[in-house]
Structure formats: structure tokens, C-alpha cells
Design a binder for this molecule. Sequence first.
Ligand code: AMP
Ligand code: MG
Length: 486
Amino acid sequence: MTKMETGWNLDNSYTHLPESFFTRQSPTAVRSPKLIILNDPLAATLGLNVQVLQSKEGVAVLAGNQIPKGALPLAQAYAGHQFGNFTMLGDGRAVLLGEQITPLGARFDIQLKGSGRTPYSRRGDGRAALGPMLREYIISEAMHALDIATTRSLAVVTSGESVIRESEQPGAILTRVAASHLRVGTFQYISEWGTVEDLRSLADYTLQRHFPGADAAENPYLFLLQEVIKRQAALIAKWQLVGFIHGVMNTDNMALSGETIDYGPCAFMDAYDPGTVFSSIDMRGRYAYGNQPHIAGWNLARFAETLLPLLHANGEQAVKIAQDAISEFSDLYHYNWLAGMRAKLGLFNEELQDESLIEDLLNMMHKYRGDYTNTFRALTFDAPKDMELFGTTEFAQWHERWQARLGRQQEAKAASNQLMRNSNPGIIPRNHRVEAALEAAVQGDYSVMERLLAVLSTPYAHSPEQADYSTLPGPSAYPYRTFCGT
Ligand code: AMP
Ligand code: MG
């Protein structure tokens, strides 16, 4: 019998870019790898054999102890504005194994995160702890199920080694799958330290990889800027619509593909409050929920700056082109957000007053500390009980306005209700549930996490078994804090 193959089909297009863009770097082997979780459906999409991945040989690859056929491992160089300050970064604890070409011909980066030191590690140990890697796994998969563009998680393995954080923790490696790891920070790095020709090769590579159609554009680099802006406008609107707070929207954590990337101190908002911040290091609320669209615009302006030499030979003209493109972002974002909010309220057509109807609801939620997800869920199922907000005259008046508004569209009530069901998740990764799953996992019990992942995989199912997962944390869970760099 011939030996079964894992199905690795790796290409390495990134290695054809100028050498200064990366450093060849293999993962550092770990003591005793153990598979904790494997994403079977994702493996299948990638053309990988689940049985072989689970075997000793497969796990050795997921741990970085063995290099799969066709891989040319490397650490990518990049820079970034961290909380507004520009600095040199790069993959300090990750290596790109290569790009998996799927049976359908799609291309995905396969990256090991927590795989050991690289030339970009600075003072870091190059490693990751189990809790935070499982956290990235859970939340990225929840985002995917919510239909939000995101990097995916293929597997988490423990290393059999400890990492030292606030306490000693089990070490782990996450296999991350991404459309690419090209970031705003990649362009910042080349713009700061490379030549214009380097920049052009990076821009051409990005266009080829993510934005077909540039050939037909009059100015392909303007096309690149506009397309990146469009994708971010759509992405950030989706975050806002489900109450997702990224927590560390530094320019190195903004992917040009339009995928959500780098799940560190992220969390979902419970009670609606635009000022919500979870990250322990975000003292001034730079990355608060309500500030995310503004910060996305700021990051995109940094991206536009890097493109100036490509946008026009004349510096002033280039600035004008960049500014015009950037000024589109807030309208594009707003358009996406408003369309999504209309759907959340079951509205198919557009009326001028829709925005004030939406704002008034959000303001009431803010005033009465209404839970963001559960308020929309209660409106969807016409079950406004147990909630302070719903007992008020203010709400009664608003409800009347909303019902009258629904009555002014052609679609039947049932269609409108279906739209709401499909637009308002019943299930989000509630912070207390995620914490409980991680606590059990670090103790060696993965069942809590497995149940949570199953529930999170169908956020719009609204099935009775899920109801338990929509309950709020007790008062002791406040204020919730998340930690970075773990
Ligand atoms: P992040 O906050 O996860 O976006 O990381 C910011 C930068 O710090 C990136 O360049 C990471 O690769 C690097 N980094 C984070 N944790 C570690 C670590 N334990 N060892 C080395 N580099 C790290
Ligand atoms: Mg990062």
C-alpha cells in the first residue's frame, strides 16, 4: 500500500520578491507536540487529508518540527504605527511555510504562529501560550461563521514546553491560514527603507494576488488604493454591526486583503456603549468600539502615503490623488453600515429618516445599557422581556415608529422577519464563555471549548439549544479586560 499524502501543495511566490522583504527562517523544533484542535472543514477546503494531519507526521508539521514538502519557510519584514508611533516590526514569532494552492486553485498563506524566534523578535521569546492561541482559533472561526472576512485557524498544537508570561503557561503553536499577510505595515516598511522599485514590485504583487482587474485601470496604483479602501469600509462596517472590537488596530494589524487579522485583545461588546474598550493597554480608548471607523481611515491614510511615488510623478498631484481617494472612505463605510443596520431592522427600502430611527435605538441602548446583540435579537423575535429598555415610554414610542416604517414597505412581515433573523446573530463569542472555555482547556479539558465552537458555528440558526449561550455574564465579570502580546 502506498503511503497517504497530507496534500501539501505549496508555492512560494513571496520568495520572488526582493530579498529585503523577508528573512529565510525555519521554525524552531519543540519538545513534544500534541494536537489540541484541528479544523476539519478548513483542512478539506485546503485539500489536506485530516487523517494524515492528525498522525505523528502531520502534527510534526503543525508544530514546526518538520518542514512539509515544497515549503520555503520565512519571516516577513514589516513596520507599523503602534498606537500612533511608527516602528520596525516583522514576524517576531511566526513563520510563513508557503502558500497552499487549494484543489479549486485558490492561494492561502500557511503560517505557524508561536514557532520560535526570528531576526524580528526583538526581546520576545518567539513563542505563544495555549490560551491566547485557542482564543484566536475560537474568535476567528466565530467571525468566519458570522460571514466576516477573516484569517482562519487550521490547528493548535501544544509544544510540551512552558512559556513565561504573568505566570508559567503551556506553550502552543497556531496554524493560521490567510489570503495573505500583506499589511499596511508591509508597505510602510518598504516605503521607509526600500527603493521605489521595491515599492512597485510590492504593489504589483499585491494587485496580482488580491485585486484582479488592475490591468484595465487607468492608474493601477490608484486602483489598488481604492480597492483596499472599499474592502476596509465593508469590513469595519461588519465589525460595527456585530459589536466586534479588534482592540489593537495598529497599521501592522490591517491586512490589505480585507481580512480581519491578529486576534489579540479583541472582544465583543455586551452593553451598547461606543466608548467600550477591553484592551488593558488601550488607556486612552484609541481603539474603542466607536472609534474603529475613524482609526481605519487613519490607517488607510498611512497606506496612501506609502503609495505616493507610484500615484503620480508630480508630488503635489500624487497627494491630491491620494487625498481624493481617502476622502471616499467615510462615505463608503457609512453606506455599508447603514445598509447593514437597515437589514438588522428588517428594512428593505430606503427612507431619509432611517438613520434617525437607528440612532434613536442605539441611544436608548446606550442610556439603558441594553445588550447590543440581545436587543436586536429581542426585536427579531418580538420578545422584549427582561430588559430595562423595553419597559420605557421612549421605547414604546420608538417601537411604534419602527412598526409604521415597516408598514411603509412592500415586503410582507414574514420577509422582513427573515431578513432580521439573517442579520442579527443570536450567538456571539461572549467574553465569559470564551474565558470559561480557555480556563478549562488550559487545565486539559477541551470539552467546554468544543461545545462553544459548535454553537458559534451557526450564529444565525436561532435554535433552542443555543439559547443558553446568549445569556449575559453575572455582574462580577465586569469590567472585562483583555491582554496583548501573549
Ligand atoms: P501584535 O501585537 O501581536 O500585532 O505583535 C506586534 C509585534 O510583536 C509583531 O512584530 C509580533 O511578531 C511581535 N511579537 C509579539 N509577541 C512576540 C513574542 N512572544 N516574541 C517575539 N515577537 C513577538
Ligand atoms: Mg500583529
